[in-house]
Design a protein. Structure first.
Length: 135
């Protein structure tokens, strides 16, 4: 893998890690402005994770498709297990809700989801870092 591609992975990973630290500072009871910051930071960290997955898909010789298809490729290639695949899809669903605000956003559900999102994205980052270390 060339230096620029590796740097792109590292930049995305750093963004996710920094964002998740920021999110931790905003909970458990954010005010209105902090809530908006929380939503934005969560959705962009999840989006960056989906970008990592698309990059990984391409670097494994597959054509990146939609987020769900790319996650399925990681699972079918045994890069992630079915539990992480399911959790990543849930994170992506949360991102979609935050972006499009389908039927409004239930603030309490988002706050309760932060821990699961953090754990899921942290596992993905470990896999991506292992991939980078091996390439």
């Amino acid at each position: 893998m060339d230096i620029e591609r590796r740097a792109r992975y590292k930049t995305k990973i750093r963004y996710i890690v920094d964002s998740l630290r920021f999110v931790e500072q905003l909970i458990p009871n954010p005010d209105e402005i902090q809530t908006r910051a929380l939503y934005y930071t969560l959705l962009t960290s999840i989006e960056s994770s989906m970008d990592l997955i698309a990059m990984f898909t391409k670097d494994k010789g597959e054509v990146p498709k939609g987020d769900k298809s790319n996650i399925d490729m990681l699972e079918s290639g045994n890069y992630i297990d079915s539990k992480l695949s399911t959790q990543l899809k849930k994170c992506n669903g949360l991102r979609n809700v935050l972006v499009h605000q389908y039927n409004g956003i239930d603030r309490e559900i988002v706050l309760r989801s932060v821990s699961d999102v953090r754990n899921t994205l942290s596992l993905l980052i470990e896999i991506m870092e292992d991939f980078l270390d091996g390439s």
